[in-house]
Design a binder for this molecule. Sequence first.
Ligand code: SPV
Ligand code: MG
Length: 292
Amino acid sequence: MESGMSKAARLRGRLDVRRPALAMAAHNPLAAKLAAEAGFDAVWGSGFELSASYAVPDASILPMGTHLEMMRAMGEVQDAPVVADLDTGFGNAVNLAYAVPRYAAAGVAAVVIEDKTFPKDSSLRPGGRQELVPMAEFQGKVAAARDLGGGMLVVARTEALIAGLGLEEALRRGKAYAEAGADAVLVHSKQRTPDEILAFCRAWPGRVPLVLVPTSYPQLSFADIAALEKVGLVICGNHAVRAAVAAMRATFRRILAEGGIAGVEGEIATVGEIFDLQGDARLRALERDYLR
Ligand code: SPV
Ligand code: MG
């Protein structure tokens, strides 16, 4: 299996602002495998998706170990680099200093940390609590992740636009985080149009590539983003869990409404497809080679 460091190097080489890498969110290893199979360059180890899969809010409710083990499992079943969403880093810079080597040991290629206070609230939640730590404090977190991350990419995420602090503050923070050693800067927005993000991208001096999560402004296509020549990675932030919820809801309701499972048979994955995704070919090879 390819090491996390090798995946980190591959992802680093893929942060091409003329042809940004594309990451798909995942909440379990099966979703990660499907994202890689579809052709995404990376898997987004989304805190929102993982929280949703436990049916709890994305508000620092799940412990680090739950997220860490999921990142390890996602990396074990497929080859795309895992970009782990560490939220605020599970506390202050000291907490982060203990967390980061564990993510490196789990085979993660990149960590994303955000400049909100711990415990965090979901960026997209209407009326959510969006408070930021002082810029210098977050620079310390970036430095800790860079120094102790064993070669993982460090993506510093500013929530200045989410917190309503405006373009100048978002740019000030983004630049400060790049100076502190971030490999890329994620800038998030929950505006329904891309105007705010486009203004940020155009003003960005380009010292390191940007990362976007266009959930709120889906009208901005990958081609539009590439044309900016500032963005190295685009993250589809929650499309695995939303697709899964829509498909399960429709299937479950239909089975009850139709009084049986025959109607959905042609519309859901076959049992054979699931065997394939479980790695049945490897199981057969192991049986052949070792079962006596
Ligand atoms: C996530 O997917 O967990 C993210 C992106 O951090 S967002 O939910 O839009 O904040
Ligand atoms: Mg998150």
